[in-house]
Design a protein around this ligand. Structure first.
Ligand code: 5GP
Ligand code: MN
Length: 317
């Protein structure tokens, strides 16, 4: 599969690298890692994200970040999607094109002409690394930085479930290629926008505990977001902090926008929150899942999710 995918990529000249809407460090790192390898081999490459205003700026230190655009070129030979479990998360129109789908979500809908999906890998960056390794591709330093970023962003710096020796071994090889772990940690963690800090402060002073304090819930209304100057991207992963509270087994975040309620779920190793995201047509992993709900009030969505968690995940009476 890795050989076949690489053959397809080598045949193409004009290539578009697609990251998912409301991107994270894994999807961004993956497209940028591919970008430098393909560009150095003389290909014409476009970096695409449909929600450009929601690019998390902590990744702007990566070479090529400023080249990410929200327009597709008129002509191209091949699309490559990275870290995207379903076609609708790419934010593009369907059409008659070749697409290589590179991902690590078990819920991946295999929408590509070639699907390189590794549900046991902790990040898509690791799938890209394996693609390079299997095809003896030399990894330039800027791609190594991007891959290391993918790995640490999707594992919470090697601390989430799913992290294994492959993640550590790959990180070690990337360090041998010149990556500075300290530099990347400082860039990603030491660049928190003030609005995000304020949103966290609100979260920590306003969350609720339910079911004997086993579930922590936080809701961000449009008014709260406005008052701290935050948008959806600023809420990325902050919910993890609620999961860190002693006794909390599941954390739930709801965020209100004009069009829908965005829901994020996180759980400890004994609970599978992807069961809930599947019910709403979303996706993710056992311990980190998400979805969007349209045409409902945030309070009602919260009640609904807490009920579903109690009956389908926690199994409390
Ligand atoms: P987050 O809660 O950080 O947005 O996402 C957690 C995980 O669930 C990620 O792997 C993300 O790709 C996935 N996810 C979040 N929202 C959606 C969604 O609306 N649709 C799908 N298919 N996956 C989602
Ligand atoms: Mn990922």
């Amino acid at each position: 599969m890795y050989k076949e995918a690489w053959r397809k990529i080598k045949e193409a000249d004009r290539i578009v690298l697609l990251s998912h809407i409301y991107p994270d460090g894994d999807t961004i790192g993956s497209i940028l890692a591919l970008f430098w390898v393909l560009k150095n081999s003389g290909k014409r490459v476009t970096l695409f994200n449909a929600t450009k205003s929601e690019l998390p700026l902590e990744f702007k230190f990566l070479d090529g970040f400023s080249k990410i655009q929200d327009k597709l070129p008129n002509n191209f030979d091949l699309l490559i999607s990275c870290d995207c479990s379903s076609f609708d998360r790419l934010g593009i129109e369907g059409g008659d094109f070749e697409l290589v789908n590179i991902d690590h979500h078990k819920s991946n809908q295999k929408f590509g002409s070639i699907n390189l999906v590794e549900p046991n890998f902790s990040s898509t960056g690791l799938v890209i690394y394996r693609l390079f390794e299997e095809n003896r591709v030399k990894i330039p330093k800027n791609s190594a930085y991007a891959l290391y970023t993918s790995i640490v962003d999707d594992t919470g710096f090697f601390s989430y479930g799913g992290v294994d020796s492959f993640a550590f071994k790959t990180a070690s090889k990337l360090i041998d290629l010149g990556v500075s772990p300290e530099y990347i940690a400082r860039k990603i963690r030491g660049n928190e926008p003030l609005c995000r800090v304020r949103l966290r402060a609100y979260m920590l002073s306003s969350f609720d505990l339910r079911f004997d304090a086993s579930v922590a819930v936080i809701s961000f209304s449009k008014e709260v977001l406005k008052s701290v100057g935050a948008t959806r991207k600023d809420s990325k992963n902050i919910i993890h902090e609620l999961l860190n509270i002693a006794n909390v087994k599941i954390a739930v975040m709801l965020l209100e926008t004009d069009e829908y309620i965005k829901v994020s779920l996180r759980s400890d190793e004994n609970y599978d929150v992807s069961k809930i995201s599947e019910l709403y047509g979303g996706g993710g992993h056992k311990r980190a899942a998400g979805f969007e709900v349209a045409s409902k009030e945030m309070k009602d969505v919260e009640t609904e999710i807490l009920n579903l968690l109690s009956t389908k995940v926690l199994n409390v009476e």
